[in-house]
Ligand binder design. Structure first.
Ligand SMILES: Cc1cc2nc3c(=O)[nH]c(=O)nc-3n(C[C@H](O)[C@H](O)[C@H](O)COP(=O)(O)OP(=O)(O)OC[C@H]3O[C@@H](n4cnc5c(N)ncnc54)[C@H](O)[C@@H]3O)c2cc1C
Length: 384
């Protein structure tokens, strides 16, 4: 049985972000991932946008971590090589009622800490100048110039590579099956037959974070699903939009977009379907496939949805009582930290979520910085 200071359960972007930031401290750190590779669950089924931060309800933890996370991405961009693109978000209104929401979102953005220079409200003429293919029925838009598109699975790999460079251990094919607390440390049994001994557990198990917490004897919360499906269009459709074009999120649901992708394709979706089984969070269905076609046509009438070459799906893990990120220690144990309810904007917030978790660890144990921490991660492949 090997002993660690901290064990992170979950190899998605949230586990990876925490691992990258924790590895700067002098701790024996292990990450356990059930799948054979990292980032195969929700981290692979999303829009991959570091949101500007005008949408979350002010006062919520996710609103403040979105804003802090977006700023902290600049450190990651400086220190590590991964694909990203600075791109405008254009939230399109189709009538007077939706225009009221555009003004409301602008005000929310200011309340959430965005600078006035990050947002502007434009009329129909200016909108069609910038986005000539948008429906002629559109009457105006909110444009935010501080969003960043990332490839979440690629970023996850880079974050883990950096954590491993700084002495963290990543165990794949290591599904956690049993957790017991024995003499101030957790004993964790995995599907590989390992027994891991760790003083802290950081539970970043995505849709299964509630299952992991209950396994440890801490049933503080439950998670529900909200699956979103997408269609990806051929590269022949690139250029149909110049920015990430959104429907008004407070009316049509969060994050419905037509968007350029970093790989040159065009992304259309996502839908929002409640209560799907946890083991069907990456399923795509004929019904939603057709509905996504309607979304695309509503925003961009000339879009050719017959050019669909791939589909994609993921589900937001939602804590339904607080409807916010659930980042807190178990009620009865400060050494068991839940990082759950990781719906959007968790990718945008990821570096700030990691900082927040480190603060929770430091409330119970002082952490010392590693003198030889290397924040840099270079890509071997050319990225530009
Ligand atoms: C449709 C959609 C669109 C989105 N768009 C955006 C966006 O544009 N911007 C944004 O900021 N956010 C967005 N999000 C949210 C974002 O995708 C998620 O918040 C994020 O990917 C969650 O990452 P995670 O690491 O918590 O979860 P996951 O990626 O699910 O990782 C959890 C990991 O835990 C592992 N695990 C589970 N059980 C065990 C076990 N017993 N033992 C070991 N390992 C285990 C799993 O295998 C998995 O790899 C979107 C989400 C969806 C669904």
């Amino acid at each position: 049985m090997k002993k660690y200071d901290i064990c992170i359960i979950g190899g998605g972007i949230i586990g990876a972000s925490i691992a990258r930031e924790l590895a700067k401290y002098n701790v024996d750190l292990v990450i356990l991932e059930a799948n054979s590779r990292v980032a195969l669950e929700t981290t692979s089924g999303n829009s991959g946008l570091v949101h500007g931060g005008f949408d979350p309800t002010p006062g919520r933890l996710n609103a403040s971590l979105n804003q802090k996370g977006k700023l902290r991405y600049e450190d990651w961009i400086r220190d590590m090589e991964f694909p990203y693109l600075r791109i405008d978000s254009t939230v399109v209104a189709f009538n007077k009622e939706e225009m009221k929401h555009i003004y409301m979102l602008y005000d929310r953005g200011i309340t959430n800490g965005l600078k006035p220079s990050e947002m502007e409200i434009i009329d129909s003429k200016e909108l069609h100048r910038r986005e000539p293919n948008i429906s002629k029925e559109a009457v105006g838009a909110l444009v935010c110039n501080s969003s960043i598109a990332v490839d979440a699975p690629e970023l996850t790999k880079v974050l883990f590579s950096n954590a491993i460079r700084n002495k963290a251990e990543l165990h794949v094919n290591s599904k956690v099956l049993e957790i017991k607390k024995i003499n101030d440390a957790f004993e964790i049994k995995t599907s590989k037959g390992e027994i891991i001994n760790s003083k802290f557990i950081i539970n970043a198990a995505g849709h299964y974070a509630d299952v992991i917490a209950k396994m440890a004897g801490y049933p503080d919360f439950n998670l529900v699903t909200k699956r979103g499906e997408y269609r990806i269009l051929e590269k022949t459709e690139a250029g149909i939009v110049n920015s990430v074009v959104f429907m008004v999120p407070t009316i049509h649901g969060k994050g419905v977009i037509v968007s350029p992708m970093l790989n040159g394709h065009v992304l259309v979706g996502p839908t929002a379907e409640d209560g799907v089984p946890k083991d069907e969070t990456r399923l795509v269905t004929q019904k939603q496939f057709d509905f996504i076609g309607d979304i695309g046509k509503k925003l961009i009438p000339s879009i050719n949805m017959n050019k669909t070459c791939m589909t994609l799906s993921g589900s937001r893990p939602i804590e339904p009582i607080e409807n916010d990120f659930w980042i807190k220690p178990a009620k009865d144990d400060n050494y068991f930290i839940n990082v759950a309810g990781m719906k959007s904007p968790a990718i945008a917030s990821a570096p700030a979520i990691a900082d927040y978790v480190i603060e929770l660890v430091e409330k119970v144990e002082k952490l010392n910085k590693r003198k030889d921490w290397n924040p840099k991660e270079k890509s071997i492949l050319p990225l530009s």
